[in-house]
Design a protein around this ligand. Structure first.
Ligand code: M6R
Length: 364
């Protein structure tokens, strides 16, 4: 049932404040400002490395989580797409743990990657939306994301709920490894508790994002840029735009532009820059200026502070609430999703069932 919405995707985008609230409630003891998780069955102090594996959007959730685990838990992290991981015979030992992330829990490559790791690593964890899925059944520890059924082929609420689940796991690992103290755990838990309200605020900007999408829909190619944990968001934004509107889009780490992709820039290629004001904001601004100096049209997605500092020369600016950088990847998912959704509406494509795609990829 789509309720008041035209598409399942729109419904699922707008459900995010509610379902993220469910995920936070499942993993954060609000009274004690502390993470509670089935992942406590693994001692993160007994491992030297964590490997995160998935496909598509779930892989980009892993990519964001790498930044969190490394910063919060000081734990070395490797990430890989399942179809590569399973065939490259990566060396694994009892000093490793591995997390497999899948909305459906049925993705063939992710399941095969999990089976490769099982028995070699200390513990196999599954972050899934479908708790009775094949991937959940094959794991030692199951972390349900509690997003509720996701019908739209494009993953939206599952992505943000995967992020919340992985964020709580990173906090837990940080506590166990002594990398964060109780006060920092409380601060991070409070920020996650704030995420539903923040993403709800971001979703109120839909009209502005839809106006930008009308213009993006005229482009043949679109670039997305981000730095730090916003880099995987740039990749996710580009994937969403491709799969829904069939517009060619690529995501890059902002700092990589001048190593090649900047050659693509002209006034026909919009560049979407995802840049909350964080410690790397100024670096991103200088990359943005390099793009504008070559005639590129920058759509800057930032907060009021960032808009004041760097918005003047941008082609378009979307102003999100000012948030702590920890939850920025969760909140900035909303404009990326809305941009792709409205670009698809403008192009008249089949939003819930894009061509050539299946919701669950159960073949290799
Ligand atoms: O069910 P899974 O999370 O394992 O699916 C992984 C990908 O197939 C999926 O995220 C895909 O990339 C989406 N269509 C992206 O929106």
């Amino acid at each position: 049932d789509k309720g008041e919405h035209r598409h399942f995707m729109a419904k699922e985008i707008h459900e995010q404040p509610t379902v993220i609230g469910h995920t936070v409630a499942a993993y954060v003891d609000a009274a004690r400002q502390r993470v509670v998780s089935p992942a406590e069955a693994l001692d993160f102090n007994s491992i030297d490395r964590l490997t995160l594996v998935a496909c598509g959007t779930a892989y980009y959730a892993c990519h964001v989580a790498k930044y969190w685990f490394e910063a919060i838990a000081r734990l070395p992290v490797e990430i890989d797409i399942a179809s590569e991981f399973r065939y490259r015979e990566p060396p694994l030992s009892e000093r490793d743990a591995a997390i497999f992330v899948s909305q459906s829990g049925e993705t063939a490559d992710t399941l095969a990657a999990l089976r490769y790791a099982a028995g070699k690593v200390k513990s196999v964890l599954a972050v899934v939306n479908v708790a009775e899925s094949s991937i959940a059944r094959a794991a030692d520890i199951v972390l349900p994301i509690r997003a509720g059924a996701e019908i739209g082929v494009a993953s939206t609420k599952a992505f943000t709920c995967q992020l919340v689940t992985l964020a709580t796991t990173a906090i837990l690992a940080g506590r166990q490894r002594g990398a964060i103290d109780a006060a920092e755990e409380a601060r991070l838990c409070d920020l996650l508790a704030e995420a539903p309200r923040r993403i709800a605020e971001a979703l109120t900007l839909e009209d502005g994002v839809a106006a930008l999408a009308q213009e993006i829909a005229r482009a043949r190619d679109v670039l997305y840029l981000g730095r730090g944990a916003m880099y995987p968001l740039a990749l996710e934004g580009a994937l969403k735009l491709k799969e829904l509107s069939y517009i060619h889009a690529e995501g890059y780490a902002s700092g990589e532009m001048k190593h090649g992709p900047i050659a693509l820039i002209d006034d026909a290629v919009p560049v979407v820059v995802l840049a909350p004001t964080d410690p790397v904001f100024e670096k991103t601004v200088s990359n943005m200026q390099e793009v504008m100096a070559r005639g590129g049209k920058v759509a800057l997605i930032t907060d009021a502070n960032g808009a004041a500092l760097a918005g003047a020369d941008a082609w378009r600016v979307v102003v999100l609430p000012r948030i702590d950088r920890f939850i920025a990847p969760i909140v900035y998912a909303a404009p990326a999703q809305l941009l792709a959704y409205h670009a698809a509406l403008a192009k008249g494509t089949d939003v819930d069932q894009p061509r050539n795609l299946a919701k669950s990829v159960t073949v290799e």
